[in-house]
Design a protein around this ligand. Structure first.
Ligand code: RUB
Length: 320
């Protein structure tokens, strides 16, 4: 089934990057809603909730995923017939996907204005929102150079350098540990986000916090490109973002690990950069200091306490 297939692709990272994960989950729910027979409302809602849980359980860190699922599933509210429920979900899914695409475009415009002619930028991992800003600055005629990191262990840096190269942007490809060596040549660091907490801390690809710390020490500004659906409502209620730890064999082949009985390979996929190392967050609503994350969650994302409890129930069942 399409939901299972999408869930597998998210787990294996064939579908990756927080924005894309969210859009593909919305699309999977749309197709699911299209396929479920319209026999009765309860059956329809149960099937949809099952699909939502399967998708949310795939990767724990990117908040865009539960936020997108929550948005699409709210299409079930107030439905009195299976047909209304289907239409509600499909409309919401289409709306989410369109809004997400527009958000990335807006971020590119806003972020590009913070890039000056002649700037050298540094980016880590592969973020469509961050790359959008860089490519838009180049497209508008600014001369820029970019340092792109390798991003061990999954080498997302290769996707980034291909995109930069295709756009005709001068790029230096460096290993992750070379960031401090080159930071004094950098004017601005631009990264994406998997989650932004109520304190303005940013969760992104492992190594982002080292990059941001290095930039902070060198007085280089750090800009985070993040759609509002990457802000984490539940952090208002004290919940922490779960950091995904992936299989050790992404870092070291099992044959080698087996020969090293005293060695444990750890593979956290993300880390947390505190707000004090971040200068600006570029959202589709505008550019904000990280300290304004609370406002985004309350006013723009519009999640109330009631909705929090509803979604929390979905996830509690999920974790059983
Ligand atoms: C991807 C990653 C990206 C964010 C933002 O990690 O950390 O920086 O998801 O990406 P992974 P985008 O490769 O493990 O999914 O701006 O494309 O949403």
């Amino acid at each position: 089934m399409f939901v299972t297939e999408t869930a597998e692709k998210i787990k294996s990272m064939e579908i990756r990057g927080a924005g894309r994960i969210a859009r593909e989950a919305a699309e999977a729910l749309r197709r699911q809603a299209d396929e479920i027979p319209l026999s009765d409302l309860e059956f329809f809602c149960r099937e949809m909730r099952g699909a939502a849980q399967t998708l949310v359980a795939t990767r724990p860190t990117a908040v865009s995923l539960p936020n997108a699922v929550h948005f699409v599933m709210s299409g079930l509210e107030r439905a009195t017939t299976p047909d209304e429920a289907r239409t509600g979900v499909i409309n919401r899914a289409v709306q989410f996907i369109q809004t997400s695409r527009h958000a990335v475009e807006n971020i590119a415009q806003f972020g590009a204005r913070h890039i000056r002619d002649g700037d050298t930028l540094l980016t880590h991992c592969n973020s469509e929102a961050a790359l959008g800003c860089i490519i838009e600055a180049h497209r508008s005629g600014k001369e820029i150079d970019v340092f792109a990191t390798e991003v061990r262990p999954r080498n997302q840096g290769l996707i980034t350098i291909r995109a930069l190269n295709d756009a005709g942007i001068k790029t230096s490809f460096i290993v992750d540990s070379a960031v401090r060596t080159f930071i004094n040549d950098v004017d601005l660091v631009i990264v994406g986000a998997d989650a932004v907490t109520v304190t303005g801390a940013v969760v992104n690809k492992i190594g982002t916090s080292q990059v941001a710390h290095t930039a902070h020490e060198a007085r280089v500004n750090v800009l985070v490109a993040a759609e509002t659906y990457k802000f984490a409502p539940r952090t208002i209620f004290g919940e922490l973002i779960q950091i995904e730890e992936r299989a050790p064999n992404e870092v070291l082949a099992d044959e080698i690990t087996r020969t090293l009985p005293h060695v444990t390979v750890r593979n956290p996929a993300f880390d947390v950069t505190p707000a004090e190392y971040i200068d600006l967050i570029v959202t589709e609503m505008g550019v904000i200091p990280p300290q304004m994350a609370y406002t985004i969650i309350r006013d723009y994302l519009g999640w109330g306490i009631e909705e929090f409890h509803k979604t929390f129930q979905i996830n509690t069942r999920n974790e059983e």
